[in-house]
Design a protein around this ligand. Structure first.
Ligand code: ACO
Length: 429
């Protein structure tokens, strides 16, 4: 197989090295192209740009495959826990018993937030978006951790990773309690990671409660399914910030902001809003699907389509099955699930969606499980962020430990005005 690609521009030819990944994905390395030819590559939206080489997550979008560190997502969602998967993603291998015990102990040790941080919640207005609070509070966490170090300090890095993963769930639950005017609930040492999150979300000082094991497992699986997804918008943001050698807290706080948007993590909220609007209006799913195909309507079938998957998103496949199972076991009939199933069926038979290879993505069904668990709508994307934390941390570490790492700095093709002289205000028309 050739190990070079040849680019011909006019009468000049340039040989460009090929890079091949462990799953035989091939890339043309254009790093020297500008130096040799004066040319840059242009790929708006990075649809065909490899920004890094990474050992963390593999996706084959054509075949609907997702693996963390080589392990298929279906096996992890079925057999692993979120904490074990987090360890795998961050450190590269599944933990043995001792490694896992130590990691869990670190998570337990760091489950509380500094008492002084509680006052920060007072500064937000009652209806502040939880994603804004989460991002601000993660940066605030950094202010309380003067020993933030680089990942070359293995012990401190492990503690920092455990601290963020643990505290982010405490912050998330506290922001919810603040929003509804309830007292903040302290975490418990005897509960699992996800059980503790449910405890802090739904218990009250005068209402002791135990997390429902079914809901606890379903949410834990949602966290596993969201734990990493290679170079998506928020992870690329984390890597971009990390490349300036910004600390872990600052970098993942930026990831939270990137995740917030409705085309990314915010899509799980948009899906429920869309399903609810269809339900309330009584509009048929056929008519809704016709509308989203019309570009002038500027609306999309939320929870459908993906930059990388041109097949069924394996996370959506898993979630569709578990949504059915969870709702059945809880004895819940959610009319939004009926609408979602009908929408999927109509869309997957429609030439518009077939030609563009648009399938349900992870957000299409995850919201229905979260609703069944009693998670309020504005917390959906926060749950996505809790789940994505291990992936962001692992990517931050990869950037920081890359011996050839450089600051990320794309180029552009300038299309603005050419050079012109300053005109005093009095002479401007
Ligand atoms: N509904 C209707 N049409 C769609 C949809 C959709 N959900 N998604 C893509 N299309 C159409 C586009 O209009 C475009 O059509 P055209 O070729 O006639 O112009 C074509 O399919 C390709 O779409 P792009 O926008 O170019 O695809 P891109 O890779 O840039 O976007 C994205 C991917 C953002 C996920 C898009 O499919 C979308 O907006 N989906 C809905 C939002 C959503 O569910 N986001 C969650 C993604 S998963 C995640 O981030 C966790």
């Amino acid at each position: 197989m050739a190990d070079k690609a040849r680019l011909t521009v006019g009468t000049e030819a340039y040989d460009l090295p090929l890079v091949v990944g462990t799953e035989n994905e091939r890339a043309v390395d254009i790093a020297q192209l500008r130096a040799e030819s004066g040319l840059i590559t242009l790929d708006e939206g990075y649809g065909n740009t490899g920004s890094c080489q990474s050992r963390i997550t593999f996706i084959d979008g054509e075949r609907g495959i997702l693996r963390y560190r080589g392990y298929p997502i279906e096996q992890l969602a079925e057999h692993s826990t979120f904490l074990e998967t987090a360890y795998l993603i961050i450190f590269g291998e599944l933990p043995n018993e001792q490694q896992f015990r130590e990691f869990r102990e670190l998570i337990s040790e760091h489950m509380f937030i500094h008492e002084a941080m509680r006052h920060h919640f007072e500064g937000f207005p009652p209806n502040a978006p939880p994603m804004a609070i989460l991002s601000a509070m993660i940066n605030t966490l950094g202010c309380f951790e003067p020993q933030i170090t680089g990942p070359e300090d293995e012990e401190n890095f492990t503690a920092a990773a455990a601290r963020i993963i643990s505290k982010v769930r405490t912050i998330a639950a506290a922001s919810y309690k603040k929003a509804i005017g309830d007292p903040i609930i302290y975490p418990r040492f005897d509960l699992s990671y996800t059980g503790n999150f449910l405890h802090m979300m739904f218990c009250r000082p005068n209402k002791l409660c135990e997390p429902d094991p079914l809901i606890e497992r379903a949410l834990d699986q949602i966290f596993i399914l969201h734990a990493d997804h290679e170079q998506n918008c928020s992870t690329s943001t984390v890597r971009m910030v990390a490349s300036s050698q910004a600390n872990l807290y600052a970098s993942v706080a930026a990831g939270v902001c990137a995740l917030w948007g409705p085309l990314h993590g915010g899509a799980n909220v948009a899906v429920i809003n869309m399903l609810e609007a269809i339900r309330q209006s009584g509009e048929s799913v056929e008519s809704f699907v016709t509308k989203v195909k019309d570009k002038r309507a500027h609306s999309r079938l939320m929870g459908f389509g993906h930059r990388v998957y041109k097949n069924y998103d394996p996370r959506a496949k898993f979630l569709k099955a578990s949504t059915d199972a969870v709702l059945n076991k809880l004895g819940i009939h959610d009319p939004l699930l009926d609408i979602a199933v009908q929408l999927e069926s109509v869309a997957l038979r429609d030439p518009y969606f077939i030609e563009r290879k648009l399938y349900p993505n992870v957000d299409f069904y995850s919201g229905i499980i979260m609703r069944a668990a009693g998670i309020p709508l504005d917390m959906f994307t926060v749950l996505f962020a809790i789940g994505r934390m291990p992936g962001w941390i692992a990517n931050w570490r990869e950037v920081h430990t890359d011996p050839h790492g450089r600051i990320y700095r794309p180029r552009q093709i300038y299309t603005g005005p050419t050079a012109r002289d300053y005109v005093p205000m009095s002479e401007r028309r």
